[in-house]
Design a protein. Structure first.
Length: 295
């Protein structure tokens, strides 16, 4: 038996792709590819199968019907360098295997994330977790100066503590979350899809989205048909709640979107009569916008 390899992915092994100011994503290793997914799935059919779908069609079928375990036959190992504030979000994905560089053993590198000026924007009025409109340049520059000064001061305090003999595991406590860490991150394709569906989403923080995009780009090289099915049935798809289905029925009967929301019990106004900026009704209208498309 010959070990599965994908030339496009092999060329990327160990290549560090920059993300943010000092970060990177590198594909270190992988196991399996689209064929491994198909091979695992066909075990289910056993002997006497009447119709065996072609590989791409089978992968699309598996994705549509959430037959998930064949996707777990593909594994990825990445080396990632990322700011601690991104790492805190990333580490919440519990189904991966992680080994992080330890600041108990080694000295932290003197790299913090300075944030690109265009990424520093106003608190979003609609999304309590997100950012929105641009800020005046002086506000952006003042914030970046503070970030620079505080991060450098913290690193000076860290270095002074180390020089004075303070244990590394204690000295590190002065470092802010702008500082970088590094880890190996190993996961299978199904859990990678779950990670990507959450972290490529516009609701995820911009910085982790940049990492997720790079992980997705490298992951796609290994299993392009699986990623195509993921794009179509998991990433770029729309889910409708029971109320939203009622609203769509109203729309098909000729009601306006606002009347359809009212009929379906999807609120668009607050108790004081003011329009809502978030919630189920607003999200349904956003889904309609997506379906309408640009223009
Ligand atoms: C936009 C956004 C905002 C967020 N905001 C916050 C926040 O404000 N505060 C906060 O604390 N977190 C926040 N999170 C983190 C979020 O709640 C999840 O912890 C994180 O996204 C990991 O998702 P997960 O558990 O599905 O993934 P994984 O840990 O990778 O798990 C994958 C799947 O395995 C199953 N699973 C794994 N472990 C268990 C378990 N112990 N029990 C049951 N099922 C399990 C679940 O089906 C899960 O979906 C946010 C995440 C996103 C994307």
């Amino acid at each position: 038996m010959v070990r599965i390899s994908v030339a496009e992915a092999d060329r990327e092994i160990g290549v560090r792709h920059p993300v943010l100011a000092h970060g990177f994503v590198a594909l270190v290793d992988y196991m399996g590819n689209d064929a491994a997914i198909v091979q695992a799935a066909r075990v289910s059919y056993g002997r006497g199968t009447k119709s065996v779908r072609d590989d791409r069609g089978l992968i699309r079928y598996l994705m549509r019907h959430r037959h998930t375990t064949p996707f777990e036959m593909v594994e990825y190992k990445f080396l990632v360098r990322l700011p601690i504030f991104v790492a805190r979000q990333w580490i919440r994905h519990r189904t991966a295997s992680v080994n992080e560089s330890s600041l108990r053993y080694s000295v932290a590198p003197d790299d913090f994330e300075p944030l690109a000026p265009e990424s520093i924007r106003k608190q979003s009025a609609r999304n309590r977790q997100g950012r929105g409109d641009p800020l005046p340049t002086d506000v952006v520059e003042a914030f970046r100066r503070d970030l620079d000064r505080i991060s450098k001061d913290a690193y000076s305090a860290y270095s002074r503590a180390l020089d004075a003999g303070v244990a590394r595991e204690l000295a590190r406590t002065v470092l802010p979350v702008s500082y970088y860490t590094q880890w190996y991150w190993k996961t299978d394709l199904w859990n990678l899809f779950h990670f990507l569906s959450l972290r490529l989403d516009l609701h995820a923080q911009e910085e982790i989205r940049l990492y997720a995009a790079e992980v997705a780009r490298l992951g796609r090289l290994v299993a392009p048909a699986a990623f195509e099915a993921f794009d179509e049935f998991a990433l770029d798809h729309l889910e409708l709640s029971r109320r939203e289905i009622v609203a769509v029925r109203s729309l098909l009967a000729g009601r306006t979107p606002e009347a359809a929301c009212l009929e379906a019990g999807l609120p668009l106004t607050r108790e004081d009569g003011k329009p809502m900026t978030s919630g189920e009704g607003v999200e349904f209208l956003e889904k309609l916008e997506r379906i309408r498309g640009p223009g």
